[in-house]
Design a protein around this ligand. Structure first.
Ligand code: 3H9
Length: 675
């Protein structure tokens, strides 16, 4: 096998280049090549400096995650980075793309770092449930300070090359496209100077920083093992010599990597990437060009959907029926952008740039210029059919026609056109400009290139997309249904809203079913007839208890939207128990778990069996990115595997549920959903 590492000479400079696509992961072969290069530099007096660089789209994006389960092979990354640093000739890391995790650690161990302005630096290990394990927790505080190290290592978000330069992580910025030449010139400048090793620098410690950091981020880190371990580690080793520090780092790394959270988070990492692969479609399928997107409806959903494209620089034509609705929608988009700008996350030019490519119109025919048209109108089959019939008459040939329906039959909608091959569902989640998930609904006749184009576009607008089949509620909302039904039954059988919500929050969900109803609006989907009261939800809606927006729903809320238990809701529950003749019993946590979590897994198994999801891990992606399932529990199907499918089946049977055949089969065969 040829090595991904090549060495070349430029006078007295040795250049080590990695070419390990797609992301230059620091695989065993790369590490061997790097080690051999450093060894060569050590033994050859004619070499005066070393440059470490990468070919392709990026500098090392980290350790090779696929090797984690195989155990660490020599040369291990922690050993290698120390060898790089120990060389007594200057080592210069020349960086483009993303220097992440182990890649950032290689850069930190190098004596100098030169980067192009578009480069990014980060320690994303925490997102995989681990900590930087090749000296990152020790060198980063020494190079960039404790506060930057805490930010980078516990949150995992990258910083730009300019920010990196400000904190001392980058020594020199190079011109875009001229990195190697400028790295060589830089190397020539520093040849002969004594090398400065980051591990030998002192750490400046202000002990108050750690406590403040823990407090400020308590909510964000709730339930997660890695951030707490990282903060403790940096705090405890801050005043200690590097050697002691890396030993502690190694112990922390090993503990985390063997833990359940890291296994689940790595599952989510690969599940997300797998989700973008569409079964049965040739990889080289020709994509349709999307130069302008049309959005029908300027309400909350249509506005949010439009923002995704505008932010990605794709012009949008947004259509409404009345001028005031159009003006309101446009104003909301601007307000949202300005709010982002006021937080420093966008410049005024970017706001104007996005607004400048938005074309608001009352003329439906203006959609004729669009390559993709997304309908975000009222959720009614008749209305949608009418819209698609009209679209069929005016859309250009080959334009993709999408419905943002959350439940309705996409095939029936497609049948309202003469071009069902161009129709699909694009189910965005609210708020559509923020939520990461996109369900791409594949109709019976949707063409392969239409699906592939939608998938490619989802990447451009930074969504995590999953392919779903045509069924009521697709993947996410379909699984939500049994949970809602059971939560309501549990209320009638003796539970309280807070008791059920508490179990969900303790599990790691951001909120429970009733808290979610209050946030989304108890009135959603309500028939709006106060005389027709068929269940407790109707009763709440009829009493104007629409949730947080009205200060009352399943809970009472004060001005700051702090919830408290409601005496009125307790009365209503009693009243409804009486009306339904329900007998109550003590509801245990176990019963809540089975009836509101196991039932979701059961529905997930049916979805899989019917082919409505391509793979179990896609269902996990839907729940992690669309419904706040804690990523460190891997998603419902992965979690079910960990619980044990036999236990899930027994639980479902105990409470009288019909077990999905696929779930039963897997349990009997001792199989898992995740491969
Ligand atoms: C670490 O470094 C630990 C050390 O501290 C200590 C060790 C002792 N390994 O995301 P994409 C694959 S932990 C193996 O679609 P993009 C990925 O699965 C690591 N494979 O591209 C996919 O494969 P496929 C810390 C990897 O352009 C393909 O590359 N680093 C790795 O949208 C393309 O990926 C990280 O956590 C990897 N490290 O985004 C960085 N990374 O084509 C993780 C990617 O078969 N990576 N693959 O589906 C990323 O964040 C993004 O991939 C990146 C590119 C931003 C780099």
């Amino acid at each position: 096998m040829t090595s991904p590492m090549t060495t070349s000479r430029q006078g007295d400079i040795l250049i080590l280049t990695s070419d390990n696509p797609p992301v230059n992961a620091l695989s065993n072969a790369v590490r061997q090549g790097l080690q051999a290069g450093i060894e060569e530099a050590k033994n050859d007096d004619s070499i005066k400096a070393v440059i470490i660089t990468c070919a392709g789209k990026t500098f090392f994006a980290g350790a090779d995650i696929t090797e984690f389960t195989k155990g660490m092979q020599e040369p291990a990354l922690p050993t290698l980075v120390d060898q790089i640093e120990a060389l007594d000739k200057p080592v210069i890391a020349a960086i483009h793309g993303t220097a992440l995790g182990g890649g950032c650690e290689v850069a930190l161990a190098s004596h100098y770092r030169i980067a192009v302005p578009s480069a990014k630096f980060g320690l994303p290990e925490v997102k995989l449930g681990i900590l930087p394990g090749a000296g990152g927790t020790q060198r980063m505080p020494r190079v960039a300070g404790v506060e930057t190290a805490l930010e980078l290592a516990t949150k995992g978000d990258p910083i730009s090359a300019t920010q990196a330069q400000q904190v001392g992580l980058v020594d020199k910025l190079a011109t875009e496209g001229n990195l190697l030449a400028e790295a060589i010139a830089y190397a020539q400048e520093v040849i002969g100077q004594p090398v400065s090793r980051s591990s030998e620098r002192p750490v400046t410690v202000d002990t108050a920083v750690f406590e403040t950091f823990r407090k400020t981020n308590a909510k964000r880190f709730r339930g997660l093992d890695a951030p707490a371990t990282i903060i403790d580690l940096i705090e405890q080793t801050a005043g200690k010599p590097y050697g002691e520090g890396v030993q502690a780092e190694r112990m922390g790394f090993m503990k985390l990597i063997m833990g359940k959270q890291s296994a689940a988070l790595r599952h989510v990492f690969f599940a997300e990437r797998k989700a973008s692969k569409i079964d049965g479609i040739a990889e080289d399928v020709q994509l349709r060009p999307i130069n302008r997107v049309g959005v029908i409806g300027a309400g909350t959903m249509g506005g949010g959907i439009s923002m995704n494209f505008l932010s990605a620089g794709i012009p949008v034509t947004i259509v409404e029926m009345a001028q005031d609705a159009l003006d309101r929608g446009t104003a909301t988009i601007r307000k949202n952008y300005e709010a982002t700008a006021s937080k420093g996350k966008m410049t005024t030019e970017q706001v104007e740039g996005a607004m400048g490519i938005l074309k608001p119109t009352l003329n439906f025919d203006d959609l004729a210029e669009c390559d993709l048209i997304i309908e975000a109108v009222y959720e009614s089959m008749d209305v949608k059919k009418d819209v698609f019939g009209r679209l069929d008459k005016i859309a250009k040939p080959g334009a993709i026609l999408a419905s943002n329906t959350s439940y309705l039959n996409v095939d029936e909608i497609a049948a309202a056109t003469s071009r069902p091959q161009d129709v699909l569902g694009l189910h965005f989640f609210s708020p559509a400009n923020i939520m990461k998930l996109l369900e791409i609904v594949r109709g019976a006749k949707t063409a392969d290139d239409v699906l592939a184009t939608a998938m490619a576009l989802s990447k451009k607008i930074r969504k995590t997309a999953v392919i779903a089949g045509v069924c009521y509620g697709f993947i996410g909302n379909r699984m939500l249904m049994p949970r809602q039904v059971e939560a309501n039954h549990l209320l009638m059988e003796g539970a309280t809203p807070e008791q059920i919500d508490k179990v969900h929050v303790a599990f790691g969900m951001p909120m429970g079913p009733f808290q979610m109803a209050d946030l989304a609006g108890v009135d959603i989907g309500w028939h709006r007839d106060p005389t027709r009261i068929e269940n407790i939800r109707d009763a709440l809606a009829a009493e104007d208890r629409w949730g947080q927006k009205k200060g009352a729903g399943y809970y009472d809320y004060d001005e700051k939207r702090t919830p408290s238990n409601s005496a009125r809701v307790a009365e209503l529950i009693e009243e409804w128990r009486g009306k339904l003749g329900a007998t109550t019993h003590d509801i245990t946590e176990e019963e809540i778990m089975v009836r509101t979590f196991y039932t979701m897994v059961n529905e997930g198994a049916k979805i899989l069996e019917e082919g409505m999801a391509q793979r179990a891990s896609d269902i996990d992606v839907v729940w992690v990115y669309g419904y706040g399932w804690p990523p460190y529990k891997g998603g419902p199907m992965y979690w079910a595997d960990q619980e044990g499918l036999k236990k899930i089946v027994e639980g479902l049977e105990k409470y009288g549920f019909e077990v999905a055949p696929l779930l039963r089969k897997k349990a009997e065969k001792n199989e898992k959903f995740s491969k």
